[in-house]
Design a protein around this ligand. Structure first.
Ligand SMILES: Nc1ncnc2c1ncn2[C@@H]1O[C@H](COP(=O)(O)OP(=O)(O)OP(=O)(O)O)[C@@H](O)[C@H]1O
Length: 278
């Protein structure tokens, strides 16, 4: 009974997320952003939107400015010019209640076990001890680490550590997730599996995702839209709506539509940077 209720609630959540994607206000609105580090301009003229519940990927040549765009949305890099709004409010610094991160260099606390690393997101938000523990264990279960919650980071593989970081982002109540190559340490099969699980979880929770990846197939498999960037200083070359139905099943990887999409992405990147497509 409870199981059925949960299932119905989850399906309802998925529907609501899909409806919000179509009609809701913008979660992220970037207008003509210039991003720089001192004299180094990382990106110019960046204009893009992310709607509620959308999964949007940024792809482009190495060093073009994808992570910088993510950092700007997260309030870690102030734009030199342009307007950047999250939920209608100008970004003027990190907002952990609204925006959670998973970065390539994950920053797990080495002295805290997996479950305590996940709990920390909730501890900062003032969630009580028992609820914290229960939610952290659920999140670890969801990323396939339900059997090793008390291991410390040094006792986990690189891929397992990445899963802990993903669980930490999932468990937070922040409606926006910024994911910078979160699956970089995983093998191709695990990437797809955990990617699929992640999308299901995100849909159930109505999360909005901005995702940086070097993997064109990962971008195609996971995204609603893909923003293709030019070499540094990055501008937006093209924004592609992903024509694949949801929920995505692994079989989609073998369809002509999927191959056509990844071919198109790789052609767009090759036009600008023949030597730098991974
Ligand atoms: N902290 C920093 N200080 C100075 N320059 C930086 C800094 N971080 C990034 N840059 C420069 O800004 C440019 C964009 O970097 P960014 O990390 O955003 O690119 P990226 O597209 O995410 O790269 P990759 O795909 O290799 O991860 C690069 O030329 C980089 O050298």
């Amino acid at each position: 009974m409870a199981g059925q209720r949960e299932e119905r609630a989850a399906v309802g959540g998925v529907r609501e997320a899909a409806a919000a994607r179509e009609t809701g206000p913008l979660r992220v609105a970037a207008r003509d952003l210039t991003l720089a580090y001192g004299d180094t301009t990382a990106a110019t003229g960046l204009t893009f939107d992310v709607r509620p519940g959308e999964f949007v990927s940024l792809i482009g040549p190495s060093g073009c400015g994808k992570s910088s765009a993510l950092r700007a949305v997260g309030g870690l890099l102030a734009p030199v010019s342009g307007d950047l709004l999250v939920d209608g409010t100008p970004v003027d610094g990190p907002r952990p209640r609204d925006v959670a991160f998973v970065f390539q260099d994950l920053a797990l606390y080495p002295w805290r076990s997996a479950v305590r690393n996940v709990e920390i997101a909730l501890q900062f938000a003032g969630v009580g001890r028992a609820e914290r523990r229960a939610r952290a264990l659920d999140a670890l279960q969801a990323v396939g680490l339900g059997d090793v919650p008390h291991r410390f980071p040094h006792q986990l593989s690189g891929g397992m550590r990445q899963r802990v970081a993903i669980a930490r982002a999932l468990v937070s109540d922040a409606p926006i997730l910024l994911l910078d190559e979160p699956f970089a340490a995983l093998d191709e099969l695990s990437r797809l599996k955990i990617g699929e699980q992640l999308v299901t979880l995100l849909e159930e929770h109505g999360k909005t995702v901005l995702f940086v990846t070097h993997s064109l197939s990962e971008a195609a498999y996971l995204s609603d839209r893909i923003i293709v960037m030019t070499p540094r200083p990055a501008t937006i070359k093209e924004v592609i709506e992903v024509p694949l139905p949801r929920p995505r099943e692994p079989q989609v990887l073998r369809t002509p539509e999927f191959h056509a999409l990844t071919d198109r992405l790789s052609a767009l990147l090759l036009e600008d940077d023949p030597g730098d497509v991974r």
